[in-house]
Design a protein around this ligand. Structure first.
Ligand code: NAI
Length: 273
């Protein structure tokens, strides 16, 4: 199958890697060659780890499956996956520029699939395919049907997800779907606990790791997701529901304004080397 992945950031590069690992021909697209090269480096580093673990024989053979281009229509594909910033204006621009009648999936974390379907040529062929970070490791894909998504499109995406070795779960088009509705409420409460000095960042994370058996604490996880991404998702949920339980905390906003976006910039709630 030929697949176009638009956005070569944290998620797009990982999604491109997943398809390449499964022998599909991938076009990875982003706004500049520098960003694409960074995406390639991330994929290469991840593939090196797979090689060390003996899960693949050759990094080059997998990398060869991925071509890169700033033109999102450079390859005629069977599936397009949008993984650009969590902003409606950016997604609208990208989705409306795809010149194809193939299925288009969005990796959005929180924006309504029904709303985004207004920007594509065939809303019945538009669906949410929500991967988790990092896509090559995480086995869940949340499949989100918009109001116009056809049964055929859903069936196809469920089949593709299984063929990638993932577990698809079908959910309906509600703000944050299942994953971010539950997760964002928890991350927000952890950030407010930090603001109020209930405990240090390490203290909050250790309580949640050892007490609730979470593999990562909520502040550590926020840094891992990217604080700008967390902030954008909370804003979408807050606007869509009007509920205080998603209102972005000021500490989060200020970290984002300061460019401290978590692991990807070397600092967020924690500092990274
Ligand atoms: P990111 O900031 O790492 O990457 C976004 C990429 O989109 C950047 O490389 C940017 O240059 C590119 N981009 C912006 N405008 C573009 C355009 N017009 N054409 C092509 N590329 C463009 O963000 P990340 O974390 O990869 O998130 C992408 C999407 O995935 C968002 O919708 C986010 O909500 C979702 N998501 C993020 C997860 C995470 O843990 N970070 C998990 C699951 C979904």
């Amino acid at each position: 199958m030929r697949v176009t992945v638009i956005g070569a950031g944290t998620m797009g590069s990982g999604i491109a890697e997943v398809f390449a690992l499964n022998n599909h021909e991938v076009l990875l697209s982003d706004v500049s060659n520098d960003i694409l090269n960074n995406g390639r480096k991330k994929i290469e580093a991840s593939l090196e780890k797979f090689k060390e673990k003996g899960r693949i024989k050759s990094v080059e053979d997998v990398l060869e499956k991925i071509s890169m281009n700033t033109d999102i229509n450079a390859q005629e594909s069977d599936l397009y996956i949008e993984a650009v910033l969590e902003r409606i204006d950016v997604k609208r621009d990208v989705l409306s520029r795809i010149r194809s009648d193939a299925i288009i999936a969005t990796n959005t974390s929180s924006i309504s699939i029904t709303y985004l379907s207004k920007f594509v040529r065939n809303p019945e062929k538009f669906i949410g395919m929500h991967f988790f970070n990092p896509p090559p490791i995480m086995s869940l894909i949340e499949i989100v049907r918009g109001n116009s998504t056809s049964d055929e499109t859903t069936k196809k995406i469920v089949e593709i997800s299984r063929s990638l070795g993932k577990t698809p779960v079908e959910v309906n088009d509600f703000p944050g779907f299942v994953s971010n509705r539950v997760l964002m409420a928890m991350l927000r409460e952890a950030i407010i606990a930090y603001e109020e000095n209930v405990a240090s960042a390490e203290g909050i994370d250790t309580v949640m790791k050892l007490g609730m058996n979470h593999p990562m604490g909520p502040l550590e996880l926020s840094d891992f997701i990217g604080l700008d991404v967390v902030y954008d998702i909370m804003n979408v949920l807050y606007n869509d529901t009007g509920s205080e339980r998603f209102k972005p905390p000021i500490t989060l906003r200020n970290l984002v304004y300061a460019g401290k976006l978590g692991r990807k910039t070397g600092e967020g709630f924690y500092k990274y080397k």
